[in-house]
Design a protein around this ligand. Structure first.
Ligand code: ZN
Length: 196
């Protein structure tokens, strides 16, 4: 369907729909969109891909005509630190209604709704409140957020309540977008304010 090849006859490059993950392995964009639509955040246009080869995670942000690979973090609001940009011809990203997102690529269309529970992957900073604490002690459920996995290096660990969080881990959390924001503040400063 999509190929990362040149057409030798015409010398025209067909749409590039594979981008390089942070680990260096290829990520197939349509396959990622298929897997992500329905449980990703809307207007942020950020996707997370777990490498099928080595297991490492890559975050990316979609935009018209290209994908930027990098790291996201919260600093009051969501920020994205770009590492590398890949042009993707024909990629169209439209925000609507007011936070939903529509992605068009190669004649296909994906819809991301912000009101459905979304997933996000949060890095654990060295000085975060969460460091050295067991998942059970962090009480994410009080914030209406579910810990789906803990990513440690290329390892994806089941969220055992006794598991102690380390600096450099990534927590994979699921919940409504505002709850995810509260969970981020909670894991960093332990405030846990505004528990829903
Ligand atoms: Zn990889």
């Amino acid at each position: 369907m999509y190929h990362l090849t040149r057409s030798p006859a015409a010398g025209i490059q067909t749409p590039v729909t594979k981008i390089k993950g942070l680990c260096g392995h290829a990520i197939d964009l349509p396959a990622l969109l298929d897997a992500t639509a329905g449980n990703a955040a809307g207007s942020s246009a950020m996707l997370y891909a777990r490498c099928g080869v080595c297991g490492e995670g890559t975050e990316m942000r979609l935009a018209n005509g290209g994908v930027t690979v990098g790291y996201s973090y919260f600093g009051g609001s969501l920020h994205f630190e770009p590492m590398e940009r890949y042009p993707v011809k024909g990629l169209k990203v439209t925000a609507s209604d007011p936070d939903d997102l529509e992605v068009v690529l190669g004649g296909r269309r994906w819809r991301f709704a912000v009101d459905t529970p979304s997933r996000h992957r949060f890095v654990v900073f060295d000085n975060a409140f969460a460091v050295g604490r067991a998942l059970a002690a962090l009480e994410f459920e009080r914030l209406s957020v579910v810990v789906e996995a803990v990513e440690r290096g290329a390892e994806r660990i089941a969220p055992d309540p006794e598991l102690v969080v380390r600096a450099g881990d990534f927590l994979h959390l699921r919940g409504p977008a505002p709850a995810l924001t509260r969970a981020w503040h909670h894991m960093n400063d332990g405030g846990g304010r505004g528990a829903a």
